[in-house]
Design a binder for this molecule. Structure first.
Ligand SMILES: C[S@@+](CC[C@H](N)C(=O)[O-])C[C@H]1O[C@@H](n2cnc3c(N)ncnc32)[C@H](O)[C@@H]1O
Length: 193
């Protein structure tokens, strides 16, 4: 949020927004200024809950819930001050869509705008009890170094504010079993020139 304090009017895009964990927080922080957050999610229940959460937090007019896929949502050039995609881009339909969307995000950012990406990579899931290997429930599951190189290529020349990889593991209930998931989570925050 400190990076966003200088804007009089903030235009934000949250791809794969879920129920608004990030977008509502941003809108609340801009409560006394001009702000519009475009929030895209494929799930109608996520968009409904997003809108009701936004109303509950008094920012209903600042949250624009858009039902659709990240792939379908065409990002207009030079439009946003901030684009967020938190645990979302790994759910686009293919590696090509992933690369295309990274480029579109870059082109959609205004001068001095910020991109914040959190992307899971090298995801493995095993049955916690039997250690049987499971199919990770992520459409794009790339090696960490490959995702990093795509980001480096697309955002070359930008001011890099954060670029980290953190190993994470947790248990997830999947039907009748519990999956143990491990992932290298890549966080990238960059500012355009
Ligand atoms: C792990 S959640 C993250 C939600 C939110 N970004 C957050 O940090 O709380 C992933 C979200 O992406 C959405 N999603 C998955 N595939 C999508 C797609 N192809 N297009 C749009 N949204 C998608 C899911 O419905 C879900 O709400």
């Amino acid at each position: 949020m400190p990076l966003l304090s200088d804007y009089d009017c903030l235009r934000v895009l949250d791809l794969g927004c879920g129920i608004g964990r990030n977008s509502i927080y941003i809108a609340e922080n801009y409560r006394n200024k001009c702000c519009m957050v475009d929030c895209v999610d494929i799930l109608d229940i996520a968009i409904e809950k997003l809108k009701s959460n936004a109303r509950t937090h008094g920012v209903g007019k600042r949250i624009n819930g858009i039902l659709g896929t990240i792939e379908q949502y065409g990002i207009h050039k030079n439009t946003y001050d901030l684009v967020l995609a938190v645990s979302a881009l790994e759910h686009v339909e293919s590696e090509n869509s992933f690369i295309y969307k990274l480029q579109e995000i870059k082109d959609g950012i205004k001068s001095k705008g910020i991109v914040c990406l959190v992307i899971n990579s090298e995801i493995r899931e095993v049955n916690r009890d039997t250690y049987e290997e499971l199919d990770p429930q992520f459409e794009v599951n790339l090696p960490t170094e490959v995702v990093k190189s795509y980001i480096d290529n697309v955002f070359a020349g930008w001011n890099i504010l954060k670029k980290t990889v953190s190993f994470q593991e947790y248990d997830i209930p999947r039907d009748s079993i519990t999956s143990h998931l491990t992932t290298n989570v890549i966080t990238f925050v960059g500012q355009s020139l």
